[in-house]
Design a protein around this ligand. Sequence first.
Ligand code: KG4
Ligand code: ZN
Length: 365
Amino acid sequence: MKILGIDTSCDETAAAVVADGREILSNVVASQIDVHQEYGGIVPELASRKHIEAINYIVHRSLTEADVTFKDLEAIAVTNRPGLIGALLVGVAAAKSLAYCHNLPLLGINHIEGHIYAPFLAQLASQNLLSKPMVYDDVLPFPHICLTVSGGHTLLVEVHKGWQYKVLGSTQDDAAGEVYDKVAKYLGLGFPGGKIIDDLAQKGDPLRIKFPRPMRNSGDYQFSFSGIKTSVRYFVEKAQRAGVLVENGQKDVENTNPDMVTIEDIAASFQAAVVDILVYKSLHAAKSTGASAITLTGGVAANSELRASLKTAAAEVGAEVYYPPMSLCTDNGAMIAGIAYQKYQQGLRDGLSLNAAANGSIVDV
Ligand code: KG4
Ligand code: ZN
């Protein structure tokens, strides 16, 4: 059973064809990063316009790469929530038109459910389970804890068989990726900031500056990152005033002042604070629910320090960490087509009245 999955929730126009919720026949993504780069962040109106330009071509390519036509499809799935409303509307309008023209069932999918499905989808492919019956526990231990961290979301969820979720906590302000992007912008490092800071951090001292860990010890699973961003700003201003800040690229400037601090040190210390909170709360969730696995998904799941620290910490409590390849971590259509298969089996069908919504929790589906 082949499903076309479409995602236009943010700044990627994505379409994929997935068979039986497990075999990725194509996964095509058009990134808009170069368009938004000059503004230092995503401009929603531009995102919508770029989706309109790209959507027909990307859908067409996803079909040709999968070597199928609309006649081979059993359903069309589209992210209809949460996300940038104008961006979502483009995908939803395209999916509705295609479902109508080709007389195919239409499924509206929650973007976060797609992210949560991505590690499962990656496991299915990597374990050669493509032709066997889909037994949940053969793929991943259930229930497991999923940490979704992207530019728009930071969410800890307990994932149960049958794709039932218990949201343990989420961010009260900025998402983890968003704070990376804002700190990078503030430091004049470019957009998106996650990878840039991750790379710089490799050359810095994570213990050099003790940035705060807001809500780390709140005893719950809520997150707050905006305070770290403010602390970085104050620290940089103070270091500049004191004349002890070594600007990016000048790390080798000879100096003997022990108060000197480099951009690399700031990147490493900032990253240490963010990763510390994410790892601490994820581990706390695994321990208190007894889950033996943690999955990591979303763009920030690419972070080298997060991957390494989570793995080390989880091993100490006997939990396994799973993260999908980058192509499935970031926004893509395969995760949407994948979870749509599961929802289709559960009876989900949406009519042509399907609408987009900027918000949408994964439990009130
Ligand atoms: O999932 P994604 O592609 O898009 C959505 O936000 O939905 O995630 C993009 C986010 C950006 O904020 C980017 O800075 C962050 O993921 N990111 C990283 C890394 N690579 C991408 N953050 C930290 N470390 C990285 N290596
Ligand atoms: Zn996403």
